[in-house]
Unconditional design. Structure first.
Length: 185
């Protein structure tokens, strides 16, 4: 089985794509096309690299010092079967999984009625960052998300409780001050 990725290699040592030090798997393909998207090069379903999933697993095996792996993109839910295969392998390595999607959690649950693979993938995800990026709601105060409409969701508790359960620790009242006009030496 192959997956279309925006990068042929996992990006290790990210500190902005979820809690801890993480490797990021950038999926290729997204129909959300959010204005101001941080990764517009991942939108096309024809670009990127078609990679054998066994090669991705080898890259996971070679990782050192990573707390977990983040699925980003693009939108991983457009390649749900391929992502399930990789997520199962990640879980076998006792690593946690974060996933970014432009779909809301509620939309994914509705779509799962026609595609149960969506639920299978959600069950493997520890934390889901959901919702489209909305440029008008962009905020530097958001932790691990770009706009205030996006949510950081405890996926396992949400599935169990049949309602969205947020990861509260990421919703603090810290305000980021613009320090771009200052020079620090």
């Amino acid at each position: 089985m192959k997956i279309r990725l925006a990068s042929p290699v996992l990006m290790p040592d990210s500190i902005v794509d979820g809690e801890g030090i993480r490797a990021v798997l950038w999926t290729q393909g997204c129909l959300h096309k959010c204005p101001g998207c941080q990764n517009p090069q991942t939108h096309s379903f024809d670009d990127g690299f078609l990679i054998d999933i066994e090669e991705v697993k080898e890259q996971i095996d070679a990782l050192e010092g990573q707390d977990g792996i983040t699925f980003s993109g693009g939108d991983p839910f457009y390649q749900v079967e391929e992502c399930i295969e990789i997520a199962k392998y990640i879980k076998s390595k006792k690593m946690n999984i974060w996933c970014y999607t432009g779909f809301t959690y509620e939309t994914l649950i509705k779509l799962a009625k026609d595609n149960p693979k969506i639920i299978e993938f959600l069950k493997l995800i520890d934390v889901l960052v959901d919702g489209p990026f909305i440029l008008e709601k962009k905020s530097l105060d958001c932790v691990f998300r770009g706009s205030t409409n996006q949510r950081i969701i405890d996926t396992k508790l949400s599935l169990k409780n049949k309602e969205v359960v947020l990861v509260d620790k990421y919703y603090t009242e810290k305000k980021v001050k613009n320090k771009r006009d200052r020079i620090y030496i």
